[in-house]
Ligand binder design. Structure first.
Ligand code: PMP
Length: 317
């Protein structure tokens, strides 16, 4: 699996520190109690230099996660946008992955976090295909996990917080140990929820379905992008509850996420999905998505933040 490739600089509370100096104490609240909120964001190499996909939306979700957990970071959305752009440039990167984190540091002795300082870190590093080479073209084999996702109103799934990823780790480890590339979690009511780190789409007789936002899954930014692109391409799209068996009878299944982009699923529980290859609708949507994020297709939504243009506009103010 992917190991982190170190880069030179990490932004920490307003200044750039060396990669190895971006540390927290072993008794940091987030380390003890899982209370670190974070984001995963991709920056793409484009003909106009590095461009970050839906940067403001990701940072907006980060600040929403903070709000849910009553954390008050000292930085505004605009300041974080500027810091992310400077980070990519300082590290001399083109395509990379950014992992903003807001952590509760060292201070509180117990679970109540208010005596721990809220600290912001922005690391980034180069990262390729999350589900392995060839996954985007050939698809992956997935299984339905024996672990369910969290129930609504237990641990809020609309906050992207470290503790939630205990569920993802159980699902993913089980899948890998059983010879699958990815695991799909069901909601407590048995309906389809999402992958360990991706949202899920099913294509059935020309209609594109995805589970509705129901408190068991993350409202993925790639999910939102794919819904918009698919609608604008003229496909019928529905957000609704989906029973597990739709995975087996689907013409196509694909996963979406910042890391996974648009990854076809070629089998679920060793039952072949459709033709067992990347399907025609998945292919069209994936191509449109990849063209947009790589800066070679139209971006009528303004989803790309071009790092150099953004920095130039701020410096001229
Ligand atoms: N669900 C989970 C559990 C995730 O971790 C992710 C990745 N952030 C997603 C869905 C996809 O979200 P996004 O498209 O915003 O990356």
């Amino acid at each position: 699996m992917a190991k982190i490739t170190e880069t030179a600089w990490i932004w920490r509370d307003g200044e750039f520190v060396r990669w190895q100096d971006a540390t927290v104490h072993v008794l940091a609240h987030s380390l003890q109690f899982g209370s670190s909120v974070f984001e995963g964001i991709r920056c793409y190499g484009t003909p106009r230099g590095p461009a970050i996909f839906r940067l403001e939306d990701h940072l907006g979700r980060l600040l929403d996660s903070c709000k849910i957990y009553r954390m008050e970071p000292k930085y505004s959305l605009d300041e974080l946008v500027a810091a992310c752009c400077e980070l990519v440039e300082r590290n001399g990167l083109d395509a990379c992955y950014l992992r903003p984190m807001v952590v509760r540091g060292y201070g509180a002795s117990g679970m109540v976090p208010f005596d721990s300082p809220v600290e912001v870190f922005l690391p980034c590093w180069p990262w390729g295909a999350y589900l392995g080479d060839g996954a985007l073209e050939n698809g992956v084999d997935a299984c339905v996990a024996s672990w369910n996702r969290m129930a609504p109103n237990t641990i809020p799934m609309m906050a992207k917080v470290a503790g939630n990823y205990l569920s993802g780790q159980l699902i993913k480890m089980e899948a890998l140990r059983n010879g699958f590339a990815e695991g799909i979690g069901l909601a407590p009511n048995g309906m389809i929820s999402e992958g360990s780190g991706q949202n899920l789409f099913v294509v059935h007789k020309g209609t594109i379905y995805t589970p509705t936002i129901n408190g068991t899954l993350l409202h993925g930014i790639t999910r939102h992008s794919i819904l918009a692109l698919a609608r604008d391409m003229g496909f019928p799209v529905r957000e609704q509850e989906l029973p597990r068996e739709m995975l087996y009878t689907a013409d196509e299944v694909f996963l979406t996420g910042t890391a996974s982009e648009v990854t076809p699923v070629r089998s679920v529980d060793r039952i072949t999905v459709g033709s067992g290859k990347r399907g025609p609708i998945t292919t069209q949507i994936q191509q449109r998505f990849l063209d947009l994020v790589r800066g070679t297709g139209e971006d009528p939504y303004g989803w790309l933040t071009y790092v150099r243009a953004e920095r130039a506009s701020k410096q001229s103010v």
